[in-house]
Unconditional design. Sequence first.
Length: 157
Amino acid sequence: MLQEPPPVAELLADLKGFATAVSEATAVADIDWHWRPAPAEWNLTELSCHLRDVEREVHQVRFRSMLALDNAFIPGATSDDWVLERGYARQNGRLALQSFLAARQETIAMLPPANDLFWQRQGRHSYFGPTTSHELLNLAVKHDQAHWEQLQKLLQK
């Protein structure tokens, strides 16, 4: 990684804050889960499924590996392909979102406090090479930030 990520405490707060913001933003009853801004863009159901699966199959897997192993190998993921492969558009968006929020709580519960040595632990990412748990946390938060903008666009229809 080229740039020093923000402090772990700030990133952990961002991880929690994203889940809270998503929950609050989608608490309204009149959401059109299937509306898409353009034919090639995701709808809210697809985004919710993506968040759920990335949380379970990317973020949690990476953090569990880093917790369990010194110099853990961290595979890359091409999760955008899952939208079609897994038929996200045919799934229940509200249930997918609830599943994401539950998975995010599991992620937060598994992570140690900001002052723990875990955040300095080294791993090997298949795309980025040497990395730390701290840098992986930063990647998770950046993923959230990218999708927050997308979510806001979907809810402003």
